[in-house]
Write a protein that binds this ligand. Structure first.
Ligand SMILES: C[S@@+](CC[C@H](N)C(=O)[O-])C[C@H]1O[C@@H](n2cnc3c(N)ncnc32)[C@H](O)[C@@H]1O
Length: 191
């Protein structure tokens, strides 16, 4: 049975195809690209059209792109083949995921929050592996669906025993005009 949100996201990617396809890799990833290893496996979780996975593939990592939107993954595969980059893509529901233990050198989770994935990311990273996390946080009481927003201090709490390389929270996303939501960003290394 398809995920209840999958159709909504498929329709959104069809409607907003150009918007998503023209996006650049997230700034958190490009600004800290010097931290990336030269090879190994990288997971782009809830990847959408997988712009970030393709950036990782370009940097020499074997990129795995997971999402519930089959349509977005089709666009991602098309782009990968057009530019001649390898990309492994699969339709997966990350609200109830299983990932192999100690498998990835890098995991990126951008603009997506399913709290159940966080312990799974922690165990799926290899020792020394990096997590890049950038998603919405609560700034006020008006958030439409509060479960999709991090609480203050929550993200760093999930990774308290990792080496924290970068952490900010409550910044406004410069590309948006929502004053009721901020962004929390974290880069951390598994011990
Ligand atoms: C705001 S988009 C972010 C896409 C991409 N990470 C980025 O930074 O541009 C959120 C993505 O989460 C995906 N998604 C939503 N619920 C999901 C779930 N339960 N499992 C996997 N992906 C999911 C959607 O299909 C969508 O592609």
């Amino acid at each position: 049975m398809p995920h209840p949100e999958a159709q909504r996201w498929d329709e959104r990617y069809q409607r907003e195809r150009d918007f998503w396809m023209e996006r650049k890799p997230r700034q958190l990833l490009t600004a800290y690209a010097h931290l990336l290893p030269a090879g190994g496996r990288a997971l782009d979780a809830a990847c959408g059209v997988a712009i970030n996975a393709l950036f990782l593939a370009q940097r020499g990592l074997r990129a795995f792109a997971l999402d519930i939107s089959e349509y977005a993954l089709r666009l991602a595969k098309q782009r990968a083949s057009n530019i001649g980059l390898p990309l492994e893509a699969a339709v997966i529901d990350l609200s109830n995921p299983w990932l192999p233990a100690a498998h990835f050198e890098v995991i990126v989770n951008f603009h997506f929050l399913e709290r159940g994935t966080i312990p799974v990311y922690r165990q799926a990273l290899k020792p020394g592996g990096l997590i890049f996390f950038d998603t919405f946080s609560k700034r006020g009481e008006q958030n439409d669906i509060p479960v999709y927003y991090l609480d203050p201090g929550e993200l760093i709490g999930w990774f308290h025993d990792f080496e924290i390389i970068h952490y900010t929270e409550n910044n406004l996303d410069p590309s948006e005009n929502h004053s009721e939501r901020g962004l929390a960003q974290l880069i951390a290394r598994k011990p």
